[in-house]
Design a protein around this ligand. Structure first.
Ligand SMILES: Nc1nc2c(ncn2[C@@H]2O[C@H](COP(=O)(O)OP(=O)(O)O)[C@@H](O)[C@H]2O)c(=O)[nH]1
Ligand SMILES: [Mg+2]
Length: 292
């Protein structure tokens, strides 16, 4: 299938993002779509919710999981946002579970959820998983939808290590330079990953995780999340849709075009016209490039 056939058949890439309030969800979606603007929000009937009448994200309906959020800068993505399960959030858990189950039953791939990003912020004092998070990863059946845990605000751990290095007598310059590496090491050996992947309570661990620091800064890089997401999709058509929909990482488009498609042509004896090769390789790239 070429890019336009994929878009016609599947439509747009649909992502459910879950996380506590202030976990950094909206910030990530803005980075992924290369914008600082707010998304347009549509209800499940496809009607646009008028943001000029309603103020505040809750009133604007951003946290009704059924609603679709679409950024004008990249309408190829549809996002559903859930506030996660804070203390006593039983009903939100049920809502998320029902939403995932309901969407999984949809016969058209267009209406299904293609990926779940579960955000866990690193700037909270305890840095432990909430009960709701534990419940999600022990009980919630996401079927074939890949779940990626996103440890957001990872720079908060840099700050912790920076302070520790200063206490150990390092200069400010050294402490600043060393903090990220130390933070990553401490995190790799720390309790979060052990619990997530090795605890007997966690029956349904995520496919993988990614750590995102400084998403609120000007030079924010959401590349690792894009790469991981592409890597977890085992449906080739969905993978192609995702890679060609994201506009932030051209290198990834090249990588998939070469590894998944060009390598196959080179290995086969078939004679293929060069314009066909170009068209097929082009289907890994953002639509705008294909049209050029
Ligand atoms: N330090 C830090 N702050 C962040 C990061 N990402 C987002 N923030 C800030 O955290 C706050 C909440 O972010 P937001 O995206 O609105 O969270 P949401 O409620 O989950 O949608 C905002 O003030 C952001 O600027 C990050 O990676 N590091
Ligand atoms: Mg938000």
């Amino acid at each position: 299938m070429d890019a336009s056939q994929i878009k016609e058949k599947i439509g747009r890439f649909r992502i459910l993002i879950i996380g506590r309030a202030n976990a950094g969800k909206t910030t990530i979606l803005q980075r992924v779509c290369n914008t600082r603007n707010d998304p347009d929000i549509f209800n499940s009937a496809g009607e646009k919710i008028d943001a000029t009448v309603l103020k505040g994200s809750r009133e604007r309906g951003e946290h009704d999981i059924e609603n679709e959020m679409v950024f004008r800068s990249n309408p190829g993505f549809i996002f559903h946002d859930s506030r996660g399960f804070e203390a006593g959030g039983e009903s939100e858990y049920d809502k998320v579970k029902a939403f995932i189950a309901g969407r999984s039953k949809k016969t058209s791939i267009k209406d299904q959820i293609h990926t779940i990003w579960y955000c866990i912020p690193m700037d909270e004092v305890s840095r432990a998983f909430t009960q709701g998070e534990i419940k999600f990863f022990s009980e919630c059946d996401t079927g074939s939808i890949p779940v990626i845990v996103v440890f957001t605000k990872f720079d908060a751990l840099y700050d912790v290590e920076f302070a520790r290095l200063l206490r150990e007598g390092r200069s400010r310059k050294d402490a600043k330079a060393l903090a990220p590496k130390h933070a990553e090491e401490a995190f790799t050996n720390g309790p979060q990953l052990r619990i997530l992947y090795h605890s007997k309570d966690i029956q349904r661990p995520p496919k993988c995780h990614v750590c995102l620091p400084d998403m609120n800064k000007g030079n924010a890089n959401c590349g690792p999340l894009i790469e991981r997401t592409a890597g977890t999709l085992d449906n080739g058509v969905l993978q192609q849709l995702f890679v060609s929909t994201q506009h932030t990482n051209l290198e990834l488009c090249m990588k998939y075009a070469v590894e998944k498609t060009l390598a196959r042509f080179i290995a086969s004896d078939e004679k293929i016209a060069s314009e066909d090769v170009i068209a097929i390789l082009g289907s890994w790239f953002p639509h705008i490039l294909v049209r050029l």
